[in-house]
Design a protein around this ligand. Structure first.
Ligand code: NAI
Length: 478
């Protein structure tokens, strides 16, 4: 047993919330340790959490590769590029994805060294009440340490939610983890849940050749997305061949030797059975508090199993904070990062701030969907008088040159003050375009402010300016 190592701040979890909190705390002059249990294939550390290992990063790698494959097969000819003998090398595609993950894992190790953050590979749990040294924490193998922390930041993330009676085996019934590592393109792929993961992973495997059937419980498609944008997305995805079925009640899921059968009731109440070669279940995620020994110190959870925190990410225990997927709010890497930075700054006595109204959302389908602020249906429900302006990419020169003219930019602004209340984009590079809207909303800009800013020509961002102009019905190119 080694002696207790003392730190000002110990961060439990090395995902985007945790590793960023650790770096920020170190920048602010604290002695900092981060504990993370994730392992790579060789048993070494795999810093970066769900995002880096089995989420944002590998999914974007496969989305990019599969989009290239689809372009090569379908749209290159239009550009005057004839491809013959096009062949999928799935092994190489997966290898490339794994290399990118490893680069990101190693990048965080480098960042920890650069910022003098001590890393412990293992699982941290509360070992007892706080003493004069702070909270004692035990770290499991391979680190096998006892450490103490004046401040603890819990950033333990989330796990994929299972359907009762259908545990993930990652062979036939897949979570996000297995969905990123299928070693042969399944002829028939089932997806339960038409949320972010279902649509992104469904898109990857459809592009690579799977017949994809998505079974969604709710009767509406992408309920959190602005209705007009969701409707457009539904049309475009159906045209691409994603077979999305709404209002399904999932029944028995029965894995066989090489396939899995799903009994469900469709929206008309008719009993159906579908047989798939693989089934992805993407019905949301649950907070991960396993192994923390939260009860040992009386760390409070809320009724849904999240660590209970206030607006500043303070838990019920003095000097114990929690950020990211393990607390309320959207399960997004960038939300976790913002909270991590804000907590480190609060520990330093500064006024860390997270603006929940300006957190952008992105779904990395093709076209991408991105938004910030309120949807039209939310404004209606809140009784807020607003003006709407849209501009289609069809009328944007750069989109035409790119060969990707689907979708639109939509602005929603206060009817009286013209303040931007929401911006919704479906179209090429929506994930990048949304940044302008986030900046504008952070600075409480009006739609007219955006309309008066010079945007480079030809660029997709002109569609943003034009949508802002559309608020006052004065688009120039449509
Ligand atoms: P989600 O919350 O995005 O979607 C889950 C979907 O499953 C919903 O449409 C829900 O109505 C449906 N559903 C729930 N129970 C069901 C049932 N029993 N039968 C049929 N349908 C059911 O969750 P998802 O896709 O699993 O993603 C998990 C989290 O990861 C989300 O919070 C998401 O924001 C985050 N994520 C973010 C990404 C991004 O920012 N691009 C990428 C991937 C995940």
């Amino acid at each position: 047993m080694s002696t207790t190592k003392q730190f000002d701040v110990v961060v439990i979890g090395g995902g985007p919330g945790g590793y960023i909190a650790a770096i920020r705390a170190a920048q602010l002059g604290f002695s900092v340790a981060c504990v993370d249990a994730a392992e790579n294939a060789k048993g070494g550390p795999a810093l970066g959490g769900t995002c880096t290992n089995v989420g944002c990063i590998p999914s974007k790698a496969l989305l990019q590769s599969s989009e290239h494959y689809e372009h090569a097969g379908h749209s290159f000819a239009d550009h005057g590029i004839d491809v013959s003998g096009l062949k999928l090398n799935l092994g190489q595609m997966l290898k490339r994805k794994d290399t990118i993950v490893k680069q990101n894992n190693d990048g965080i190790v480098f960042l920890f060294k650069k910022n003098k953050v001590t890393f412990f590979h293992g699982r941290a749990s509360f070992a007892g009440a706080a003493t004069a040294e702070g909270y004692p924490l035990s770290v499991s193998a391979p680190a096998n340490e006892t450490i103490s922390a004046k401040h603890v930041i819990v950033a333990t993330g989330s796990n994929a939610r299972e359907l009762p009676g259908a545990p993930f085996d990652e062979k036939l019934i897949l979570s996000n983890t297995g969905a990123l590592a299928i070693d042969a393109v399944p002829a028939k792929l089932g997806v339960i849940g038409a949320g972010v993961i279902g649509l992104e992973m469904g898109s990857v495997w459809r592009r690579l050749g799977s017949e994809v059937t998505v079974l969604e419980g709710l009767p509406v498609f992408l309920g959190a997305v602005d209705e007009q944008i969701a409707k457009e997305a539904g049309k475009l995805f159906a045209k691409q061949g994603l077979n999305i079925n709404l209002g399904c009640k999932i029944g028995q899921i029965t894995p066989g030797k090489n396939n899995v059968s799903v009994a469900y009731e469709n929206a008309k109440g008719e009993a159906q059975t579908a047989v798939f070669d693989k089934l992805i279940i993407s019905i949301g995620r649950t907070p991960n508090t396993n192994g923390l020994a939260a009860d040992k110190v009386g760390l409070q959870l809320d009724e849904r199993g999240f660590i209970a925190v206030d607006g500043d990410c303070k838990t019920n225990l003095p000097n114990v904070w929690a950020v990211g997927d393990v607390v309320r709010g959207p399960m997004l890497a960038h939300k976790a990062e913002e909270e991590g930075v804000a907590v480190a700054e609060r520990i330093a006595g500064q006024h860390g701030h997270t603006n929940f109204n300006t957190i952008p959302w992105v779904i990395y389908t093709s076209p991408e969907i991105a938004w910030v602020g309120q949807t039209e249906q939310q404004l209606k429900a809140a009784g807020i008088a607003y003006k709407a302006g849209t501009f289609p990419f069809m009328a944007n020169g750069r989109a035409r040159a790119l060969g990707d003219t689907s979708g639109m930019v939509k602005f929603l602004a206060d009817a009286t003050t013209d303040e931007i209340l929401g911006v919704h984009i479906i179209g090429p590079m929506a994930s990048e375009l949304i940044a302008e809207a986030v900046v504008a909303m952070e600075f409480k800009a009006s739609a007219e402010d955006i309309a008066r800013i010079c945007h480079a020509h030809p660029s997709l961002s002109e569609a943003t300016k034009e949508a802002a102009l559309a608020i006052d019905k004065r688009t120039l190119n449509f």
